[in-house]
Ligand binder design. Structure first.
Ligand code: ZN
Length: 139
């Protein structure tokens, strides 16, 4: 069995963003040489997500609006977590609902996606270097 590990680094200048990382994950798969197996991609931070959905700008706008309604960034006093001196109480909650990781099957050397599926890194407390882990196992 082959095993492959890589960290994808991000330095997002805004507090929040969604980045399509499917091309980078495909490149990892190519580097791994795995033909049949599984890929795990997970955010390595508790204020960021990795999730699968459509690469459609209206949907991403809807996510932003929906997440702000559920867990608005301000007022900072809304979150007990911010009593620690941090200002990212909302980001922890946004990450929880958007998820930590995705697992994708690898079949015949390809990401075995359903229609329109793409992998995204979701940032909720950016403006610093952060990363996601790609782990691939198989033959
Ligand atoms: Zn925090």
């Amino acid at each position: 069995m082959k095993s492959y590990r890589k960290e994808l680094w991000f330095d997002i200048p805004t507090r929040r963003a969604f980045i399509n990382i499917t091309p980078q994950v495909r490149e990892c798969l190519r580097e791994s040489g795995v033909h049949e197996g599984m890929i795990l991609v997970n955010a390595m931070h508790i204020t960021a997500s990795v999730f699968i959905n459509d690469d459609e700008s209206g949907l991403h706008h809807d996510y932003e609006k929906w997440l702000e309604e559920l867990a608005p960034h301000e007022p900072l006093s809304r979150y007990m977590h911010n009593n620690t001196g941090e200002d990212n109480g909302d980001a922890h909650l946004k990450r929880q609902i958007m998820g930590r990781e995705v697992v994708v099957a690898v079949s015949e050397g390809k990401l075995d996606f359903g229609p329109w599926e793409q992998i995204f890194y979701g940032e909720f407390d950016g403006r610093r270097r952060k990363r996601a882990l790609v782990k691939i196992i198989g033959d």
